[in-house]
Ligand binder design. Structure first.
Ligand code: GTP
Length: 532
């Protein structure tokens, strides 16, 4: 074959390759254009979805779209995508946080609604189902929208039920706060008054203020409008504030007296020291005078020429010395008297101070005792019980002994309050407290735990003895001749008892005794239940 035909063949082959290359490039370009337009569409949709969420994200997506339309270099497109990816990651984190917050807020709002009294049954049921459904968090915020709308509907239903006549049970507390204008006619929240009355009984004020408080409490229990209740609450606050002020003043007075007395004693000591100093100086002067008189007399004797002259000189000088000695003795007497007076004065001041300290100490001791005593029943209060029981538990864990705890609750006490009034309830509490105190064995701790609950702590009593004694107390109480509004009433107790076990702590032991007491209630009340 000639060299020309070889060249021609090569050219033809090259042409073919070129055509194939052009063909595949145009296929590639077509593919790229199809994929670019797909990507542009995708970015367009992404922009639509994320529109308004973040201005920067909006702008970046728009820029990316433009880069694709202009077929910009890949490197430029890549850097834009990196920025957008970062922004999207941040949004994903924020979204997670929002989701958690929304979940919590939703549940809180639902639970708040659940707590409202008097919610209609259907609303309560739907709410319970709704809250059950949202117990676990949703995957997207958008899923909360229908749930929120349901919750709003329930709130709406609750509000409508509240407005519906009669029985203002629902949202009653809000009513009281909101409708000042209606306060003259709104129903009085009796449970609130009962709670306040019970808390007032636990206050330890001075006798005078306790009487004032009792008078207001009496009025409070007869109040028929919220306005009166509010007025009496204000009066109660005034009495409490006045009592605090008195207490503060009495402590302040004592401290002022103490400070005055100390200042006086300090001054007296200072004066004594000064007068001692000045009397020392005066004494020195007299001694010097005496010394010079004696020296002078010795000189005169030496210089004297005749015995008569000596006699008369000595006589004269002795008189002078006697005078000075008399002066000295008078002066010494005077300063001793002065010193004795000053010491007496000081002793009186110290006595006075001692008396004052004693009074204050007694007052402090009484105050401390009061703070550990329940004002109504005069039994040990909750704080005293906590203290006593904690110490008993420490002793028990150091060396085990028969330590038992009893929780007592008066049966159907609310009924006494509701039927015969709070004052009758208070009286009942006092009588029952006295009866328990009177019939428990020696060395048993008796306290009022709060409300109509009492606690006993036994330190060396077996189960059999304990249950026997509790049953005895129960029957004493049941036989008490209560009479309210000429009705004979019998009051009973439910008691829960337990002995402390080696691996008990305060809470476990108390819970067991409390559980035993509730068991006594559920088994029909008026009985003792012992749990091991
Ligand atoms: N008078 C008066 N009542 C009090 C005092 N402390 C608590 N209460 C009332 O005691 C009552 C306790 O009632 P509930 O806890 O319902 O129990 P209950 O009526 O005894 O019923 P059970 O325990 O089931 O037998 C409430 O009415 C309280 O207001 C108080 O110091 N004085």
């Amino acid at each position: 074959m000639s060299s020309k035909s070889v060249a021609e063949q090569q050219v033809t082959a090259l042409k073919k390759k070129l055509e194939a290359a052009i063909q595949s490039r145009s296929t590639l370009e077509e593919d790229f254009s199809v994929q670019s337009s797909l990507l542009i569409q995708f970015i367009g949709k992404l922009s639509l979805v994320s529109k308004g969420i973040d201005l920067e994200l909006d702008n970046r997506l728009a820029q990316l779209r433009t880069l694709f339309t202009k077929s910009a270099p890949i490197a430029e497109i890549e850097s834009k995508i990196a920025v957008i990816t970062k922004l999207l990651q941040q949004h994903s984190i924020t979204n997670e946080q929002n989701l958690t917050r929304m979940h919590e807020q939703f549940n809180m709002a639902g639970e708040s609604l659940q707590k409202i009294n008097g919610l209609p049954d259907n609303v309560r049921r739907t709410l319970r189902a709704l809250l059950k459904e949202t117990k676990t968090s949703k995957d997207a915020l958008v899923q909360y929208i229908p749930l929120l709308s349901q919750l709003l509907e329930l709130y709406d239903a609750a509000l409508k039920a509240k407005d519906a006549p009669p029985k203002g049970g629902l949202l009653q507390a809000n009513n009281v706060a909101l409708a000042k204008a209606d306060s003259k006619t709104a129903t009085v929240d009796e449970s609130l008054i009962e709670r306040i009355s019970a808390s007032l009984s636990a206050l330890n004020l001075s006798k005078e203020h306790t009487n004032e408080l009792l008078a207001i409490k009496k009025k409070l229990l007869n109040d028929t409008s919220n306005e009166e209740v509010l007025q009496h609450f204000l009066e109660i606050f005034d009495v409490i504030v006045a009592d605090f002020k008195d207490e503060q003043n009495s402590a302040k007075n004592f401290l002022t007296n103490l400070s005055d007395t100390l200042t006086t004693v300090q001054n007296a000591v200072k004066e004594t020291l000064t007068s001692q100093k000045s009397s020392q100086q005066a004494n020195d002067k007299i001694n010097q005078k005496l010394q010079s008189q004696i020296i002078e007399m010795t000189g005169t004797v030496k210089k004297a020429l005749s015995l008569d002259q000596v006699k008369s000189d000595i006589n004269e000088k002795l008189q002078l010395i006697a005078g000075t000695l008399e002066q000295k003795s008078k002066f010494e007497q005077q300063s001793q008297q002065q010193l004795a007076n000053q010491l007496k004065e000081m002793a009186e001041k110290v006595d006075f101070l001692e008396q004052q300290s004693k009074i204050f100490e007694e007052k402090l001791a009484a105050q401390q005792q009061k703070s550990m005593q329940d004002a109504l029943t005069k039994l040990a209060n909750r704080a005293a019980f906590d203290d006593y029981f904690a110490k008993a538990m420490v002793r028990f864990h150091h060396q085990a002994y028969e330590l038992a705890l009893v929780v007592i609750d008066i049966d159907d006490f609310k009924l006494i309050n509701d039927t015969y009034g709070h004052t009758a309830g208070d009286k009942t509490l006092q009588v029952i407290a006295n009866t328990i105190q009177k019939h428990v064995s020696k060395n048993v701790f008796v306290g009022r735990y709060g409300g109509e609950e009492f606690v006993l702590i036994y330190s060396a009593t077996s189960k059999a003895e304990l249950v026997k004694e509790l049953n005895k107390i129960n029957s004493y109480v049941a036989r008490l001749p209560f009479k309210f509004k000429s009705n004979k009433v019998s009051i009973t107790l439910s008691m829960g008892a337990t002995h402390i076990q080696q691996d008990d702590n305060i809470h476990i032991a108390f819970e067991r005794a409390d559980k035993a007491m509730y068991q006594a209630k559920s088994q029909g009340k008026n009985q003792v239940v012992y749990l091991t």
